[in-house]
Design a protein around this ligand. Sequence first.
Ligand SMILES: Nc1ncnc2c1ncn2[C@@H]1O[C@H](COP(=O)(O)OP(=O)(O)OP(=O)(O)O)[C@@H](O)[C@H]1O
Ligand SMILES: O=C(O)c1ccc[n+]([C@@H]2O[C@H](COP(=O)([O-])O)[C@@H](O)[C@H]2O)c1
Length: 203
Amino acid sequence: MRIGIFGGTFDPVHLGHLILAETCLVECQLDQIRFLPTFCSPHKTNEKTTSAKQRQYMLDFATAGIPEFVVDSREIKKGEVCYSVDTLTELRAEFPDDELFFLIGADSLNDFPTWRDPEKIAELATIAAVNRGQMSEAEIDEMCLQLPDSVRKSVQIIQMPGIEISASMMRDRASKNLSIRFLTPRPVERYITEQKLYQISAE
Ligand SMILES: Nc1ncnc2c1ncn2[C@@H]1O[C@H](COP(=O)(O)OP(=O)(O)OP(=O)(O)O)[C@@H](O)[C@H]1O
Ligand SMILES: O=C(O)c1ccc[n+]([C@@H]2O[C@H](COP(=O)([O-])O)[C@@H](O)[C@H]2O)c1
């Protein structure tokens, strides 16, 4: 199998995430994409998020009925800051005969050298860096040139249309009671509304 690994805070999951996953599914000819909600992202340790369980429920709703999309809750179960190199090491051991693709936004390549053990990550998986239409070919080339050789040779650039949706934009809109319809699948939208997520009074 060819397996995509897509980690994020997903607070909340939105169409940008799902279209990125679908694009990689097609472009990298993947059989499965595992969405890994992180308990706490290493570079966002000071940021308060919605509970891990609620973020996972939203991913469950968003991926329900899509057989290629699987929610993998291993990082959430750890209950602490999670490093991608540890998660990928576990997945490598679990899927010894499968090909792993680690999906990230191409802009994340800029700070990838500051991640824990980027060279090991590049050894464990192909890095599918997704350009959401915001970077030119020259900018991508220049960014890749900053990477160590061992990382660069594992990078595959994937192009997707720019989808101007972010989780922070959704949180901001929900907090102001502005519509979030069509920015995320309907069941996620309903859950956010019913649970009054992101309302200032609910914090
Ligand atoms: N609109 C989008 N299109 C494509 N990829 C996206 C989009 N939004 C986020 N991503 C990618 O999804 C991954 C997980 O992102 P994350 O869960 O932090 O969501 P986010 O929308 O970027 O959140 P926030 O706005 O809180 O920073 C990252 O690799 C990020 O680059
Ligand atoms: O392992 C690291 O050093 C590392 C540093 C920054 C981000 N990550 C992972 O990248 C994914 C997206 O993170 P974020 O902060 O954009 O939500 C998420 O799965 C994080 O655990 C991982």
